[in-house]
Design a protein. Sequence first.
Length: 252
Amino acid sequence: MPREIWVLVAAALLIALGFGLIAPILPQFAASFDVGFGAASAIVTVFALARMAFAPAAGALIARFGERWMYIAGLSGVAVSSFLCAAARGYWDLLLWRGLGGIGSVTFTVSSMGLLVRLAPVHARGRMSALYGSAFLIGNICGPILGTFLSEFGYRFALFVYGISVVVAVIVVLVFLRDPARRDGDDDVRPRVLLSEVLRLPEYRALLVSGFANGWATFGVRIALVPLMAVSIPSIGAPWRASRSPCSPSAT
C-alpha cells in the first residue's frame, strides 16, 4: 500500500467528518433566515448544481496543472466557502457561498480520483478505491454523531469546525502527499473513449440512472428534507428553533 494512498484516505476521513457534521444542519440554518422549505432546500441544490456545472472545467484544469495542486486548490476553496457560510448575514449570502463550495468540492473530488488511479498499482486499484470510499462513509456516519455534541453551540460554530477540518486536511496533503513518478508497469494503457461511445453501452446508462437515484435519495431526501421535517414536528422543532433562532446567542 503506497504511503500516498494512506494520505488520501486520512484526508478523506477528515473531510467527510466535517461534511457529515454540517450536511444535516445546512437546510435548518437557511430556514433560520425566515425562508420557506423550498428555499432552505435550495442550499443543498445549489451545491450539487455547482458541482455538476463546473465538473468539465475542473477536468481541464486538472489536466493542465496536475491532480495534486488542483486537489489542494479544491480543498482550499471548500474551507474558504465554509468560513464564509459561517459568517453569512443573510440567506442570499449563504446561497452564494455554498454554491462556491460546490466548485471546490468537485475540483478536489475529481483530483482525488485521478490521484488514486495514478498512484495505486493497477492490480490494487479496486481495493484502494474501496478503502478511500470507506473513509468517506465512516466520516459521514461519525460526523452527525459529532454534530450532536456541538449542536448547543449553533449552526455557525459547526460550519467553522468544518472549515477547520478541511484546513487540517490541506495541511496533511501539503506535508505528506508527494507527486512521485510512475513506476514501471503501473501505466494504464487502455485506449480513451468518447462520452458518445460509452452512452451507447447499457451498463453505463444503468450506472447513470442508479447514480441519479442515489443522489436523489441522499441529497434530496436525507440531507435536504429529513432535517427540515424533523424540526417541523412540534414536539421536536419548537425547542430546536427556539434555541437557534437568528437572534439567539447560539445562532450568532
